[in-house]
Design a protein around this ligand. Sequence first.
Ligand SMILES: Cc1cc2nc3c(=O)[nH]c(=O)nc-3n(C[C@H](O)[C@H](O)[C@H](O)COP(=O)(O)O)c2cc1C
Length: 161
Amino acid sequence: MSISHSSNRSKQELKNRINSAKLSWLSTIGSDGFPNVSPKEIFRAIDNDTIIIANIASPKSEKNIRKHDKVCLSLIDIFVQKGCKIYAEAVIVDPSSDSYIAYKTELEQMTNGDYPIKNIFRLKVIKVQNILAPSYSIKPNESVEEKIEKAMQYYGVKPLK
Ligand SMILES: Cc1cc2nc3c(=O)[nH]c(=O)nc-3n(C[C@H](O)[C@H](O)[C@H](O)COP(=O)(O)O)c2cc1C
């Protein structure tokens, strides 16, 4: 398997990287063998090894995690054109669990409690693999600022000021 082991550096940075990301993609393993990938916005890293995700409307992810604990969470900063794949083992934290209220409180800070949380997916980070857009190797002299500007054009986003 060509998964690089996470370096201490990338693990130390992980909490900040996760908590500054807006969108993640959670991949789980289906009983039919197909990967199941679905978007998640309500997630937090509570430390460099633990990520919690609100299960608001993710029945298939929940079903899959209950059968296969191996998951992959992917994050990308579309402007900087960098991200990572986080390989993890997941468990479902149900409302009856001792940790539930603390996790729910953390996640509800992102939603103001507007979206009922059914239960929480808790991911234990096993490995991290960085993702870099090809431009980092193909255009090594292009600055990050130039990449951001190009990505903003590509996505049709204007700077705030
Ligand atoms: C941008 C976006 C963010 C979402 N964030 C979440 C989330 O944080 N938690 C959740 O349970 N569902 C979230 N959803 C909804 C699920 O991704 C959606 O219901 C999906 O079909 C669930 O599929 P699954 O059961 O295979 O996980 C989000 C959907 C979108 C489009």
